[in-house]
Design a protein around this ligand. Structure first.
Ligand code: TRP
Length: 334
């Protein structure tokens, strides 16, 4: 039986936070243990260059993200875990795809349009690089190169998956059926965590709790989560409560029912924060130790990434040769 290929990339511009963990990393790690699928997970460092021109930050983020996934128990026997820039076929394919992608399709990209919208009318393209403009083509290459059928992403990435389908279909139409057309997988019930201020946890709101913050700092940050000003003993509503929804993302059914009951009879916010800290910390503490150890041994991380890249290239090299042939740029003789 041919296994489903599930593929997703992580842009290397930040430090993983609890929202990333609950929404994307934890489900991806769980899936890596499912031998009915072959997951491809990669550090999207070429994507990082689109939004970040600070080399030190891109490098540090790549290291932190790789260490995070490994510390959390990513099964690298089953999953192929690699750095995008270690697979040069991705860039080769990007060009082949660029040449079949209509500019009009890229003009409609939300990310590009949002950047234009922020500019004055007389210089609509101010500060917009070709990297940003053609970002969806690079992403299409990531996906199509490995014939991924399922791509787990956040809602904000839906359009890019649609574009990958359009681009793949266009190539197939011109040169023959080479690519599987991918589908986005949006985890509807997957938790979206709120941040310290109650808005969605996001680096751009600066309201995040880093996943592997040392214990003391984790406690401090959880104590900072915004609540209303109800006193202890006053009954409280679990709806729209960041403390409760975060707890829900870490607790089992009975624990949730129990805390819900305590809200009804008026749990104090201080007490709830202590409960939440214990719950989150219990889940992340073992991985945090492995994470800190791994950061001190970048060679070990690199070794894993090189194994992943070799596995990826065993697929991408013959495939790109086939594609070169298809478009007419292969050698005259073997
Ligand atoms: N652009 C994606 C994001 O910002 C990351 C990404 C890059 C990706 N290439 C991908 C996701 C391919 C899925 C498939 O979240």
């Amino acid at each position: 039986m041919k296994k489903d290929i599930v593929l997703t990339g992580i842009t290397t511009t930040g430090t993983p936070h609890l929202g990333n963990y609950v929404g994307a990393i934890r489900p991806a790690i769980n899936l890596s243990q499912n031998t009915n699928v072959t997951p491809f997970y990669f550090l999207a460092d070429y994507h990082a260059l689109i939004k970040c021109q600070e080399p030190q930050r891109v490098r540090q983020s790549s290291l932190e993200i790789a260490a995070t996934w490994l510390a959390l128990g990513l099964d690298t026997n089953n999953a192929i875990f690699y750095r995008q820039s270690d697979v040069p076929e991705i860039l080769e394919l990007t060009w082949l795809l660029t040449c079949v992608t209509s500019k009009g399709l890229m003009n409609r990209s939300h990310a590009y349009k949002a950047a234009v919208a922020e500019n004055e009318e007389n210089d609509a393209d101010k500060g917009i690089t070709m990297g940003l403009f053609s970002y969806p083509i690079l992403m299409a290459a990531d996906i199509l190169l490995f014939n991924a059928s399922k791509v787990p992403v956040g809602k904000d990435q839906l359009q890019h998956i649609e574009m990958a389908r359009d681009i793949g279909a266009r190539f197939n139409h011109i040169y023959g059926e080479h690519f599987t057309l991918p589908e986005a997988v949006i985890d509807e019930k997957g938790a979206i965590l709120s941040g310290l201020d109650g808005r969605k946890m996001s680096k751009s709101y600066q309201n995040t709790i880093p996943l592997f913050e040392p214990e003391k700092k984790l406690k401090k940050l959880i104590n900072k989560i915004k609540t209303n000003s109800l006193e202890p003993h006053e009954p409280k509503d679990t709806a729209d409560c960041t403390l409760f929804s975060t707890f829900q993302a870490f607790a089992n059914v009975e624990e949730i029912a129990d805390v819900r009951q305590r809200y009804a009879v008026g749990i104090g916010w201080g007490e709830m924060k202590a409960i939440l800290f214990e719950k989150v910390n219990a889940e992340v503490a073992p991985a945090r130790e492995r994470y800190e150890a791994l950061l001190l041994q970048p060679n070990q991380i690199e070794e894993q990434l090189q194994i992943g890249a070799a596995k990826a290239r065993a697929i991408s090299q013959p495939f790109i040769a086939q594609l070169r042939e298809a478009v007419g740029i292969s050698r005259f003789s073997a």
